[in-house]
Design a protein around this ligand. Structure first.
Ligand code: KG4
Ligand code: ZN
Length: 378
């Protein structure tokens, strides 16, 4: 079956065309139009500007997809759209476009949870997916129970799945999301928006320049490791639960820079601070994910969301799993599917549709589906 998917929950306009065949997904199209330049002067996403850009870009992406693949009502079987959570003006553009298409083409429509999309991005084969159009193994060997760490600009959650579409949040951030902390620290350090890619690039360059691999948390607790100028807290790393907190870490950077403004005048110091900040976030994420894994004993650990594009996080979580729980499979999406995209919405939509007993209910969704900024994962 051919699935057309639309994602407009934040500042990326995305359209995908995915063919779900017996035991495989074929990513026929995966278009993402980023609005980074529009929002950068404001240091964050401006909801109404995001909506205006989606309105401008979505028809262009749809038209390109339709023309390239000669799409008519005949060759689409299912439409999937991000229903929430996200910015309501932004979500409304995508959901209304999807509803209009579902009505005009008389097609079933599924409304998807954005975080479910990030989890299901792992069902696109991480290697072959680089070649759009290659046949991809469907289940990608991810075995249930699955423990997913989803880290994005709006979420930091540990989610346990005993079967498809069965989500239990076992830990989450009590304040800022990990990606939000990256963005805010970048702002404090005057590095621009979005913060994650730039902070991690500077941090990785610094690590390479001092030729010392980042240290895991126990080394850091014993004192400032060689080559490190700063030591930041690892919030809640030893707390006896699976929750996170990143707002204090961001404030620690803020106070450090306020009390030592010379840090910002020296590129090496700024880079050392980026490296220490990145390592603090990774230490907490890795430690809590392993704690959750030891408690729930999943067969597979998945990583998803924009922060899962972070090279060090990908590597260090993998190393920790291999060392401490070697029987657990560790699976990460190709970087292009870590960030917001519509292919992940198509694939999660496919499972939503496939697992539903009553498929007729999707035929009415063009009338009833509503964008929901605070949609819960259930
Ligand atoms: O999933 P996503 O694209 O959008 C949301 O659903 O929020 O995630 C965006 C977040 C931003 O906060 C961005 O700074 C962060 O992901 N991010 C990164 C990296 N690339 C993007 N954070 C750390 N390291 C990266 N390489
Ligand atoms: Zn996202």
């Amino acid at each position: 079956m051919n699935i057309l998917a639309i994602e407009t929950s934040c500042d990326e306009t995305a359209v995908a065309l995915v063919r779900a065949e017996k035991n495989s997904f074929r990513i026929l199209e995966n278009l993402v139009s980023s609005q980074v330049k529009v929002h950068a002067p404001f240091g964050g996403v401006v909801p109404n500007l995001a909506a205006r850009e989606h309105l401008k870009n979505l028809p262009v992406l749809l038209k390109k997809t339709f023309q390239t693949h000669k799409i008519t009502a005949k060759n689409i079987d299912l439409i999937a759209v991000t229903e929430g959570p996200g910015l309501i003006p932004a979500l409304l553009i995508g959901t209304n476009a999807a509803k209009a298409l579902a009505y005009a083409w008389k097609k079933p429509l599924v409304g998807m949870h954005h975080i479910a999309g990030h989890i299901y991005a792992n069902f696109i084969h991480p290697v072959k997916s680089r070649e759009a159009g290659a046949a991809l193994p469907q289940f990608n060997r991810a075995k249930f129970p699955i423990l997913a760490l989803v880290v994005s600009g709006g979420h930091t959650q540990l989610i346990l799945m005993k079967k498809h579409l069965d989500y239990k949040i076992v830990g989450e951030t009590l304040d800022d999301a990990a990606g939000e902390a990256f963005d805010k620290v970048a702002k404090i350090l005057g590095l621009g928006y979005p913060g994650g890619p730039i902070v991690s690039k500077i941090a990785d360059e610094f690590q390479n320049s001092i030729k010392i691999r980042p240290f895991p948390s126990p080394t850091i607790r014993r004192g400032i490791p060689q080559g490190r100028t700063f030591q930041l807290p690892r919030p809640m790393i030893n707390s006896n639960n699976l929750d996170f907190s990143f707002s204090g870490l961001k404030t620690a950077v803020l106070y450090l820079v306020r009390d030592n403004p010379q840090i910002l005048k020296n590129k090496k110091n700024t880079a050392a601070l980026c490296a220490e900040f990145q390592q603090a976030v990774i230490d907490v994420l890795v430690s809590k994910t392993l704690r959750a894994a030891k408690k729930y004993k999943p067969k597979t650990i998945l990583l998803g969301g924009g922060v899962s594009a972070n090279k060090e996080l990908r590597a260090q979580l993998g190393e920790a799993v291999k060392k401490q729980i070697p029987d657990t499979r560790y699976q990460i999406p190709d970087t292009q599917y870590s960030l917001d995209n519509a292919a992940m919405i198509a694939i999660s939509g496919y499972f939503q549709w496939k697992m539903a007993k009553d498929k007729k209910k999707f035929s009415n969704n063009w009338k009833t589906l509503e964008a929901d900024a605070g949609l819960l994962l259930k």
